[in-house]
Design a protein around this ligand. Structure first.
Ligand code: G4P
Length: 529
């Protein structure tokens, strides 16, 4: 198969949702359709249970599972589907943000009863910022939930999307009869039998036909006709270009648990979802069908076995082909690196692969060369943009608890930060180190891993910070910036890249600082224009 065809057949995407909306269940059903697994329940739940805050065995077990399920690939109707797994637990939201830099589109799962939830809002905001094409799947239609039109309104308002339904429920919960597929113009009757993989589908391109009553009954037929009329009047027609430009988001309804509406979603997905998209580097935009290989690291996973200290770096291939044993330029270190056993992912297995194409993810064994965001090329000096750091929510001083082990401690901290477990800030004033995390759970993970993987011990000390703001002065030489630096000295630090950060201790002090030094811009992410 030629190179262009290989690119065209790839669909690399992520499924995002608030925990419990049904991401894992949907992933599993998609794999079932792809024949990648034989039975439900085969995909291990990659959730860190809410009660697991101090259960380290659980954390370790989850880390093991999450390597296996980091990328789930399968073939469906001649398309190569790569699902990039995103952790549902909010303490690992940074991981999800990073994974979003490697997807070409996303499916957002929403619980019909709960509607749009907090985590969904945050994740969709990132997708919108990055203009990632989005398909919405409203799940759990077998249960009583919100009215479908109200939900569509909620999705538009809370997520700032512009939706158009491509399927629509006939009834809900107890009365759930099935789904009208607007895209394919057919009706899927719901049997409620979760063991049945293929539900009954009846072609129905004219809902005005009196045969509709015979299929779904009089009352449901009347409601469906009214609903479809309303949809026709209110929502724009589906427009693929707008979807690809992230200006319109198609919506599907279904029940992942009952495997209902999932085939429709998948069939439409492979047709409309983008193959690997061009990606912005600092120097230029790179297109998938360029001959030369380029790619970037979006995730690093430490080996769980302490005897093998290597890590697995996940590379998204942006252009060209990645070949085993070919030397590639690691741009940041300006070194040539060769990989004798790159891993490809298939269903839940990983295997050594000789050649991979744009859209694919390869896992490279790494002994400490890689950092998240690093670029690999065939020689070009290229820097892929766009793995910003977001302000952490929790901050603590990290102290060395064993003076004999300061070297392994700092090495451990360094490597864990490269993996993206948390962020490190070094105070300008006295060089003390501060760890910033999205959730409190990470502090325990870091402490545990430092001890078990590096033989080092740390303690924490509270450091009351409200937000880390990346400092962006209009002019580095003006008096205002100099005064800002002098007055706020106690609160200034450098991030791991050496960027200046202001650690605001309260909303109030942040506002006051902004008012007092208007020419010094403060950003909540490390990436700004
Ligand atoms: P997540 O990955 O987004 O966190 O959600 P997950 O798929 O684990 O689903 C969360 C719960 O919702 C699970 O139940 C799952 O069975 C249920 N669920 C998923 N899809 C549907 C659906 O279409 N209809 C209904 N009624 N339930 C659905 P659980 O009891 O928390 O877990 P489990 O014991 O079933 O694994």
């Amino acid at each position: 198969m030629n190179f262009e065809k290989q690119i065209e057949k790839r669909r690399t995407f992520g499924i995002i949702s608030h925990p419990d909306a049904g991401k894992t269940t949907l992933t599993e059903k998609l794999l079932l359709f792809g024949g990648a697994i034989q039975e439900a329940g085969a995909v291990k739940n990659n959730k860190i249970k809410k009660t697991a805050t101090s259960d380290f065995m659980e954390i370790e077990r989850q880390r093991g599972i999450s390597v296996a399920t980091s990328v789930l690939a399968f073939i469906y109707k001649d398309k190569k589907i790569n699902i990039l797994d995103t952790p549902g637990h909010k303490d690992f939201a940074e991981d999800t943000f990073r994974t979003l830099t490697a997807v070409d589109s996303v499916i957002v799962v929403i619980d019909v009863a709960k509607g749009v939830e907090e985590q969904t809002e945050k994740l969709v905001e990132v997708c919108r910022m990055r203009k990632i094409p989005i398909i919405v799947f409203i799940n759990k239609l077998d249960r009583e939930g919100k009215d479908a039109f109200d939900l569509l309104d909620e999705v538009e308002q809370k997520l700032g999307l512009s939706v158009t339904p491509l399927s629509f429920p006939i009834g809900m919960g107890y009365d759930f009869k099935g789904i009208y597929n607007i895209y394919e113009k057919n009706i899927n009757l719901f049997s409620g039998d979760s063991k049945k993989n293929i539900e009954e589908t009846i072609a129905f391109d004219d809902v005005q036909s009196s045969a509709l009553e015979g299929v779904i009954g009089e009352k449901a037929a009347k409601t469906l006709r009214e609903d479809l009329e309303l949809i026709d009047g209110v929502y724009p027609k589906f427009n693929k270009e707008k979807y690809l430009a992230s200006e319109q988001q198609p919506v599907f309804f279904g029940s992942a648990l009952n495997n209902f509406g999932v085939r429709e979603l998948l069939d439409c997905f492979i047709e409309i979802a983008p193959s690997p998209r061009p990606k912005k580097a600092e120097e230029r935009i790179v297109v998938a069908n360029e001959k030369d290989f380029t790619g970037f690291v979006f995730k690093i996973h430490a080996n769980m076995d302490p005897k093998h200290r290597d890590r697995l770096a996940f590379i998204k291939i942006v252009s060209g082909t990645f070949e085993r044993n070919k030397p590639y330029l690691h741009v940041r270190s300006n070194k040539r690196l060769k990989f004798s056993s790159p891993n490809a992912f298939f269903a839940e297995k990983k295997e050594i692969v000789d050649i991979s194409y744009p859209g694919d993810i390869v896992g490279l064994h790494d002994t400490g060369h890689f950092k998240i965001g690093d670029t690999l090329t065939e020689g070009e000096e290229l820097h892929y943009k766009g793995i910003p750091s977001f302000s952490p929510e929790h901050f603590r001083y990290i102290n060395n608890a064993d003076p004999m082990k300061s070297k392994p401690l700092y090495k451990g901290i360094d490597q864990l930060m490269d993996e993206g477990v948390a962020q490190l800030f070094t105070l300008d004033m006295n060089g003390r180190k501060i760890i910033g995390t999205v959730g409190a759970l990470q502090f325990e993970v870091i402490q545990y891993r430092l001890e078990h993987e590096y033989g080092a011990k740390c303690t924490y000390e509270n450091f009351p910070v409200f937000k880390a703001c990346w400092v962006d002065p209009d002019d580095k030489n003006n008096e205002e910036f100099k005064e800002f630096k002098r007055v706020k000295q106690k609160f200034l630090a450098k991030d791991k890249q050496g960027q200046l950060v202001f650690l605001a201790d309260s909303t109030f002090s942040l506002q006051m600082t902004q008012q007092k030094y208007p020419s010094v811009k403060l950003h909540f992410t490390s990436e700004f224009e």
